[in-house]
Write a protein that binds this ligand. Structure first.
Ligand SMILES: [Zn+2]
Length: 303
C-alpha cells in the first residue's frame, strides 16, 4: 500500500513536471510583435520586452530576452521586420530576462549598458559571462550619450536609481519612442532589486528625468506599450510606495504592522506578476521592499 502510494505520488509529480515543462516550452517559444512607429517595433515574449529600431545600416535592439535560443528567434523576427542585420544591442540592466539572448547576436554587434550593469552581470553570473565574454556590453554609458546609427539617433540615459542602480533608458530620437527597461512594468507590480542598488525612494525622481525626454510612445520593460499618461500613472504608483515606506519608517512600524495597515490607491489595473515556482510579486512584495529600504534593512550586494 505504501509502495503503491509512492508510485502514484511519483506519477503525479512526473505528470505535473511534464505539464509545467509544456507550459514553459510554450512560454519561451511564443512571441508577438507590435509596430510602435514607422521604424520601431516591440517584441513581446517570456522575458523583457525587446525594442527594435530599423536604421538604414542595420537593426538596433533594446534587450535580448531570457535564453540564447530566444535571442535567436528574436534576432530572426527583428531582422525579418526591418530587413537589416542586428548591429547594436543595448541592455537596459543586468537581469537575465533582458540579457541572455545576447550570445545569439552577430559577432560584430556593439553591446551597450551602464558600467553598473556590467558589474552586476559579472558578480551574479561569472560563468555565463566568462563563456560569452564577446557578448558582454563593452561600451558603457553612465550618464547621457547619443550615438548615430546610419540615419537614426539613439540616445541612452542613466536617469538615476530605480529598479536597480544601473538602469539605462533608450530614446529612439527620430521616432519619439522611449524604452524604459524595468523602470516601468506595464499593468503589473514591479520587481524591485534593492540588492543591486535599486531604490523605491529615488525611483519617481528618476522617472521625472525620463519624462523630460521628447517621446510620444513608451515601451516598458514588461507589459504592453503605452504613452506619457501611462508612464505618469506608473510614476504616481511608485511615488505612493515611497511615501508608504517613509511613513512606516518614521512611525517605527514593523513590517507586519505596515503590511496590515497599508492600502495602495494608485495601483489601478495592476496585477500580480507570477512565474510558477520562481517569482511571486504582489502588493505585499512591493510594500515590503519599500519598508526594507526606508528602514535600512537591506543588505547591499557588493557593487
Ligand atoms: Zn529587471
Amino acid at each position: 500500500m505504501i509502495r503503491r502510494g509512492i508510485t502514484i505520488g511519483l506519477i503525479v509529480c512526473l505528470l505535473a513536471a511534464a505539464g509545467y515543462g509544456g507550459w514553459f516550452y510554450n512560454q519561451v517559444t511564443t512571441y508577438t510583435h507590435e509596430q510602435i512607429s514607422d521604424d520601431v517595433y516591440a517584441i513581446y515574449g517570456f522575458g523583457g520586452n525587446v525594442g527594435v529600431l530599423r536604421t538604414d545600416i542595420g537593426t538596433v535592439l533594446v534587450d535580448s530576452m531570457t535564453f540564447t535560443m530566444q535571442g535567436k528567434r528574436v534576432r530572426k523576427l527583428a531582422e525579418d521586420l526591418t530587413g537589416k542585420p542586428v548591429v547594436m544591442v543595448i541592455n537596459t540592466h543586468y537581469h537575465l530576462d533582458h540579457t541572455h539572448g545576447n550570445p545569439a547576436m552577430p559577432a560584430d554587434t556593439r553591446f551597450f549598458s551602464t558600467s553598473a550593469t556590467v558589474r552586476h552581470l559579472l558578480a551574479t553570473e561569472p560563468d555565463f559571462w566568462d563563456e560569452n565574454a564577446d557578448y558582454l556590453p563593452r561600451e558603457t554609458v553612465d550618464d547621457d550619450r547619443t550615438v548615430q546609427i546610419g540615419n537614426k539617433s539613439v540616445r541612452m540615459l542613466h536617469a538615476g536609481r530605480g529598479h536597480t542602480d544601473g538602469d539605462l533608458v533608450v530614446l529612439f530620437v527620430d521616432d519619439r519612442v522611449v524604452h524604459t527597461g524595468d523602470l516601468m512594468f506595464g499593468g503589473r507590480y514591479p520587481n524591485i532589486d534593492l540588492e543591486a542598488g535599486g531604490s523605491v525612494r529615488d525611483w519617481a525622481g528618476t522617472l521625472d528625468r525620463v519624462s523630460e525626454l521628447h517621446f510620444d510612445r513608451v515601451i516598458p520593460g514588461h507589459g504592453p506599450a503605452t504613452d506619457r499618461d501611462g508612464l505618469a500613472a506608473y510614476r504616481a504608483f511608485i511615488a505612493e510606495l515611497a511615501v508608504i515606506g517613509a511613513h512606516a519608517a518614521a512611525e517605527g512600524w514593523t513590517l507586519e504592522h505596515t503590511l496590515a495597515h497599508t492600502t495602495l490607491t494608485k495601483n489601478t489595473g495592476m496585477s500580480d506578476f507570477v512565474i510558477p515556482l520562481i517569482m511571486h510579486i504582489d502588493t505585499d512584495f512591493v510594500v515590503r521592499r519599500a519598508w526594507e529600504e526606508a528602514t535600512g534593512t537591506v543588505t547591499a550586494r557588493s557593487r
